[in-house]
Write a protein that binds this ligand. Structure first.
Ligand code: ADP
Ligand code: TRP
Length: 322
């Protein structure tokens, strides 16, 4: 059974990009993998420095996963900071991490380019992520395209460690689903909370409709043919519409007759139906936060048992035992 691991930051409202890029593939893995899913609150500290927001965000992220179908009895589901062994492994790995490897990371460079202050934490973020991945001896790491480089960094660090100290870590591989590698936002750029172009999945009906209506489209007249591959509305429809509906939409794009306003209505209805059950379930879970805490505490115990075994091995390999 493959060991599959991925995490999500509790730092914002879950959006369609997060769902198709990461959560849905993870939930599918529950069927056949030894699955590890966690909420990365230590990483979120690089962008959320507000106590109440982080606490609430962590509970919400837990409710998101469970509402969307993750079964905590069929995987290991926990909050990153509940297993502090990850911080010790971060230090051990940082010894083997060249500065240049981190300087090349796009996520860091993008943030600095956007004038986000460059703290040491932001710079060494990929080392903490490597520790997340290696601590659980993960083989497969499902992520969106933007996180691929970070998984490669983890692999690189694992290779360096194994070369220096002998076989210790499993080498992880990123898993990127091509069809949903980059879900576009309402402005056509990658959907991301940092671009304020998301469609959050747990909006109520009214807000969801408003958001979908804001999707930007070009000024081609209804009767004119349009290029489906260049249209973000088309890309979003493709994620939700059944194949027969998509064939119809495709015809309208190619031959003329696609009316963006009507298609947005269709998209709204599809998204709304798709997440209606999960929305109700999420509300129920958030009303019972003690249950969420219990689930996460149990998950942390399970995760910690695995984490300790790997950390002990790494400590021993490095000579931290006497
Ligand atoms: P954001 O870009 O909104 O800050 P995160 O960086 O927290 O999102 O991403 C959480 C997970 O969701 C990651 O695995 C990431 O690759 C995936 N993801 C985020 N946005 C998209 C997108 N537009 N398309 C596909 N996957 C995405
Ligand atoms: N950096 C990832 C993101 O922003 C979250 C993350 C942290 C992660 N640790 C991880 C993802 C380990 C996969 C595996 O989306």
């Amino acid at each position: 059974m493959k060991r599959v691991l991925s995490g999500i930051q509790p730092s914002g409202k879950l959006h369609i990009g997060n769902y198709f890029g990461m959560m849905q593939p993870m939930i599918h893995h529950m069927e056949s993998a030894d699955l590890f899913v966690f909420i990365v609150d230590l990483h979120a500290l690089t962008s959320v420095q507000d106590r109440d927001r982080l606490r609430q965000g962590t509970l919400e992220a837990a409710a998101d996963f469970l509402a969307l179908g993750l079964d905590p009895d069929r995987c290991t589901f926990w909050v990153q900071s509940d297993v502090p062994e990850v911080c010790e492994l971060t230090w051990l790995l940082s010894i083997l991490t060249p500065m240049g490897l981190l300087e090349r990371c796009h996520a860091y460079k993008d943030k600095v380019a956007k004038n986000i202050p460059a703290s040491h934490g932001l710079f060494s973020y990929p080392v903490l992520m490597a520790a997340d991945i290696l601590l659980y001896q993960s083989q497969v790491v499902p992520v969106g395209k933007d996180q691929k480089q970070h998984v490669e960094v983890a692999r690189d660090i694992a290779i360096r460690f194994n070369n220096a100290y002998g076989e210790t870590f499993v080498l992880p591989e990123p898993e990127i689903s091509e069809s949903t590698a980059i879900v576009p936002g309402i402005d056509g750029q990658k959907m991301s909370k940092s671009y304020d172009n998301t469609i959050p999945i747990f909006l109520d009906e009214k807000q969801l409709r408003k958001r979908v209506m804001l999707i930007q489209t070009d000024a081609t007249a209804v009767e004119d043919p349009k290029n489906p591959d260049a249209c973000n509305l088309y890309a979003l429809l493709k994620l939700f519409a059944p194949p027969e509906k998509m064939r119809e939409v495709h015809e309208l794009y190619v031959n003329g007759g696609a009316a963006y306003g009507y298609l947005k209505q269709d998209l709204f209805a599809l998204i709304n139906d798709y997440f209606a059950g999960a929305r109700a379930k999420k509300k129920e879970l958030l009303d019972n936060s003690d249950y969420l805490r219990q689930v996460l505490a149990k998950g942390a115990d399970k995760a910690r048992a695995r984490a300790t075994a790997t950390l002990d091995l790494a400590r021993d390999r490095m000579g931290l035992t006497y």
